[in-house]
Design a protein around this ligand. Sequence first.
Ligand code: AMP
Length: 536
Amino acid sequence: MNFSDLGLSPEVLRAVEEAGYSQPTPIQEKAIPVVLTGRDVMGCAQTGTGKTASFALPMLDILASGRARARMPRALILEPTRELAAQVAEAFAEYGKYRDLQLALLIGGVSMDEQSKQLERGADILIATPGRLLDHVDRGQVMLHGTKMLVIDETDRMLDMGFIPDVQRIVKQLPPLRQTLFFSATLSPEIRALGAEFVHNPKEITVAPPSTTASAVRAAVLFVREEEKREALRRIIAQENVEQAIIFLNRKRDVDILLKSMRKHGFAASAIHGDLAQSVRTETLEKFKAGEVKFLIASDVAARGIDIESLPWVINFDVPFNAEDYVHRIGRTGRAGRSGSAFTLATPDDARNLADIVKLTGKEIPTITIEGIETPAPLTEEEQSGRRRGGRGGRAGSARSSSGRERGGRSGASSGGRREPRARHPAPVEAAPEAPAVAVAAESTAEPKPRAEAAPRADHPRGERNRRRGGGRSEHGERGGERRPPPDRAPSQTPHRGGEPVVPTARPTTQREGTGVPAFSGSPVPAFLLRNPPKR
Ligand code: AMP
């Protein structure tokens, strides 16, 4: 199917063509015609599936006739995070460049006055995070009774972050006769029930998450001792010629430790996590998008939903505690049909969490070894249970030598000592740094505290649920001691091929292509929103 078969206008089709999209993605194919008929949608789709265009393109056509009045937006898009809201605003600006529609973006960390001016000018499309929108509503700077189109995006994350009461308050102010597009990465009974509050006779549309459809993602796991993780990471980067990657960690404090180490070894690395001021996060993201920062060291909450075109590499420095987070993390690569690699460093203790991931994704993850790095065997079920019962009863210190090393016939293979990679591998990166470390952007202390975007609310039932699950996002505190139920399967152990480490064949990593999307240029607000709108 082509975009021209979906019923979109020539103006929107032209912008789509210029965005370089040749074919609609499954969610676009299914959702666009339905949205154009004016029907409500309950969509089950993740970021990375082309979801944004699936609502933005038809909305731009529906809104083409009509004008916004001051402080009365005609369409409202609610996003859980500032980054997502800003990205969606960029997408609307790109797809709507041949439409004379005004956009406004209301996110925390940006002056309320500037946003009020945007509202005063009249916004056809308002993209907002719930907390900041309510601040404007409470001050009477925006009125929602004329808003005839509503998108509630990433509802599962709204729920995670405790924003549903805000969303409910906002929706109460909208007219009942409206079109509502409700999206979530999962449609659990809880989310369905929630959706039923907002939509009327919706068309349900489900598409597979990109990580389960993207066979283009080359995933692998490397078992490694905790203390050798940083060395292993550097070797992966060197041996696989990783030019640019997001590196995920479970804990904020570990993000900072790895950042220091990466910079010490000459990598152009920067960090992004929930404790950093919005201005710093945005600036770092921009530098990463521009290719100035090569390695983005990130925690889950800060990085979920980040949309970077054709990012070829994701490296999990830690196995995430929740299998869902693995899916979100590796969803940063292999987007919209592109190929990518997702390597995971795992300690013997991680076997259980890896098995959970295999269960969720339905895909085995091949195990690899890296020259010069000890490969400890993952703990068995019994050993893990022993640890759970209180003792550190595992095989602490047991290690399986990588056969690559054994074949190399070098002495001291079992001593745990490090070796230089073989000559055919590229030299270790620390020996020949490609780029100087990027200076850390100073954290702004003047940044206003966001109203509700910084952390999930403790009083929300989801917080309770996360505690019960023993999971919880470590960004908001370390995980509780309780472990998850035993897995059905253990991750696969791919044997070495003739003594060589079975690293999936390396393919050349590509430099990110320019997107043509207006840049943020150091401000948390996309540049196009800072310009004065054309006179109508
Ligand atoms: P989203 O799921 O909206 O976050 O989109 C993920 C990425 O896919 C974005 O970088 C979009 O620019 C890109 N994209 C969206 N639709 C298409 C398409 N039909 N063809 C190629 N890329 C697309």
